[in-house]
Design a protein around this ligand. Sequence first.
Ligand code: CUA
Length: 342
Amino acid sequence: MNVSSRSGPLLAGIAAIAAEPARADGPMSYLATFGPRGQSIAALTWGLIVLSVFVVCAVGALVLAGTAARRTYRNSDLERPLPVERGEAGIRWIYAGLVATTLVLAGFTFWTMTTMASISRPAEEPRLTIEITGHQWWWEARYRNGDPSESFETANELHIPVGEPVRLTLASADVIHSFWVPKLSGKTDLIPGRVNETWIEADRAGVYRGQCAEYCGKQHAHMAMRLFADRPDAFRAWWDAQRRPAASASSQAEMAGERQFVERCGRCHTVRGTQADGREGPDLTHLISRTTIAANTIPNDVAHLSGWIADPQAIKPRNKMPAVGLSGPELTAILAYLRTLD
Ligand code: CUA
């Protein structure tokens, strides 16, 4: 097997990643990006990778060439100590190397600085701000657009309008977390006691996976999120639905479920329009509109939801939600009520 056929699959793999047709819904990747912010960063990343590989190959080749270029000695030379010689040609290599290294590093420093400056703020002022608070281990998201009556809260699944920049403010309720949606942007930390600001923009509709990128405890890996980039009309429809208070329970069973919920769950969870107004856990006003629960850990269907409520510690050990010891009928009633929260 020759070298080119061995490196073939590797090069083909790299080329495939580089040329990957835009797919928002694939696994997380910072090499295939969408939107102006992610694209500037990805171009710089590729540039640095290509240059680093080139430098390693060039230095390796020069070292090999230097090792192979032996001087031949006569036997009589070896009977006396060899003088250390400093040939005139040698120093020229050092100067050339110094100049080449300085130029390359200066070029990349300039590229890095101009990229960072260009992504520090979006081209147009964002109309939408999402206030994000990191918790062990979930994401609280408060949507604001200037009018307080339009504000609402949700968790773990963000929606943004496609093709426009969105401002994010990032705070933490406990330890340091880091907000990262690799296909859209680099990481920004959520630090207790301060508010960081960043922005994102997706130029293609789709679902982007995000992940906490700073170790924050046992369930750090299960602190993920889904970011839906919606077309404007879909985003507006989602916004209007989220803004509404919860649908009121209609059947006897649902009303019984609501009472159980307020009593057993309402000190930690809020459902707008009911007496449940806890702040410890995610706002559940429109729980059923989300596709996953427990910060993108399990799907949001009846079976998983029921398993989660019955024993959250089995699914996500050490998270703050306790098993509250519900009887079978109580669990059934609460589930019937939660199913109305669409
Ligand atoms: Cu939050 Cu890691």
